[in-house]
Design a protein around this ligand. Structure first.
Ligand code: IMP
Length: 424
């Protein structure tokens, strides 16, 4: 068996796209299992930039099967735009499959996401306003519309009619906004359904068959451990499960079918959206990291909050994801900083915490306890092997490994596929 789950170990945006792209090259199948177009992966191939939102990055390789699993929420308009974009650039979509059980994001989800955020005022979550939360709400309420429904116009009609009526009462009576027109949505989405129909099937059985045939399967995570609906910094989280357990439910496979779990982290910490962030740097070092690391959202363009590396978070990810290895990205961004701080524990009142707290009210009271390491000046972008890294960069990595009790397997030193080092 050769299956690997790849997950974000921080608050998302860890540079998963690049690692997924590298691993896709060695995979027969790439599977997405949660989230939707709130995710954004940038993949750079020979200076060509591909921005992928729903379709797994494996699509860039001819022989890789790409699966959008049952746990994903699919905006048909967005996935079709993505498909058209890829086709126009000569990328074949023959290997794409979308699970019939995946829920469909409809216009009322997007509108309600925005209205609910506005109504929260200063207490907003800072969502991407892509309708992700409202779509998963319908799933949990068991009124959701799935890909199966979308490609069966009669079933779609009945469910959509009921849902537009329910959602219009929220939109209009609660929020005082303009109600939506059922016919218009129905006609538009039936066309999307027709185009997507050839791709819709039962992907759980396809994945299972591939695993049984010893194919190399890569499970591609979106977001990160701290955005997990259960385990993350609730309520400042997404509405799915970016932790490795999410792959089982969201791809329809059992946990014993996953061999390895690789966490992706940046050599520092970032987050978008609201909520406490103990190692945040609201000073010129934070500005420097944001500028050098190009820390602006792929989907929203929002500047990301930046801070020192937090090992309490990485130890949490090792635990909740069962990480067997870590890929440490963007080490090059730290070049030129004379001293690097690394958070090894939190202090809350008189208590030292080694574990990430279960509630944000506690997290908000946590002060980071730092260890300071020496930085390096060298530009890392042309380094070809781990051994060639500056001594202090190696010390930084080895410090992390020892502290989180998880080996660092890969190190990112630039945005290109080739700017990646391997460590035994
Ligand atoms: P939602 O997923 O749009 O509902 O947003 C909920 C929270 O998750 C917000 O704080 C978003 O900024 C955050 N979020 C969602 N997707 C991503 C991502 O791909 N990277 C980083 N943050 C994300």
């Amino acid at each position: 068996m050769s299956t690997i789950a790849l997950v974000g170990a921080q608050w998302g945006d860890e540079g998963k796209g690049k690692i997924i792209d590298i691993l896709s090259l060695r995979s027969d199948m790439v599977v997405r299992a949660q989230g939707g177009d709130n995710a954004g992966h940038t993949v750079i191939v020979n200076d060509e930039v591909y921005k992928l939102r729903i379709i797994p990055s494996g699509i860039l390789y001819h022989n890789t099967q790409c699966i959008v699993g049952n746990g994903v929420v699919v905006n048909p308009k967005v996935i079709l735009e993505e498909m058209d974009n890829l086709s126009a650039r000569g990328v074949s979509l023959d290997n794409l499959k979308i699970d019939a059980r995946a829920h469909v994001i409809l216009p009322y989800h997007i509108i309600l996401d925005g209205l609910a955020e506005d109504a929260r005022g200063k207490a907003d979550i800072g969502t991407t306003k892509k309708g992700i939360g409202p779509c998963y709400m319908d799933k949990a309420e068991r009124i959701g519309i799935r890909m199966y429904d979308l490609v069966h116009p009669e079933i779609f009609k009945q469910k959509l009619e009921r849902n537009v009526s329910i959602k219009n009462s929220y939109i209009n009576k609660i929020y005082g906004a303009e109600p939506l027109d059922f016919e218009q949505i129905y006609n538009e989405y039936c066309e999307y359904g027709k185009r997507l129909q050839p791709y819709v099937c039962d992907t759980s059985s396809i994945i299972y068959k591939a695993i049984k045939e010893n194919k190399r399967v890569l499970f591609e995570g979106a977001q990160g451990a701290l955005l997990d609906l259960d385990m993350g910094t609730y309520p400042f989280v997404t509405s799915s499960h970016p932790t490795s357990g999410g792959f089982c439910v969201g791809a329809g496979i059992g946990p014993t079918l996953i061999d390895k779990c690789l966490g992706i982290a940046k050599a520092y910490t970032t987050r978008v959206g609201k909520g406490p962030f103990p190692t945040e740097l609201e000073d010129e070092i934070g500005d420097h990291i944001r500028k050098v690391g190009c820390e602006f959202g792929t989907v929203t363009g929002r500047p990301r909050r930046c801070g020192w590396l937090d090992l309490v978070i990485l130890r949490f990810a090792v635990r909740v994801d069962g990480l067997t290895g870590l890929a440490l990205n963007k080490l090059d961004t730290l070049s030129g900083l004379p001293k690097l701080k690394v958070c090894v524990a939190y202090k809350r009142g008189n208590t030292v915490l080694n574990d990430f707290p279960p509630d944000i009210n506690e997290l908000a009271e946590c002060e980071p306890i730092y260890e300071e390491l020496d930085g390096w000046n060298e530009n890392l972008c042309d380094v070809k092997a781990y051994e060639e890294l500056p001594e202090n960069a190696k010390k930084y990595i080895e410090f992390i490994e020892k502290n989180i009790e998880c080996p660092v397997k890969m190190i990112g030193i630039g945005p290109q596929r080739t700017q990646n080092l391997y460590k035994d």
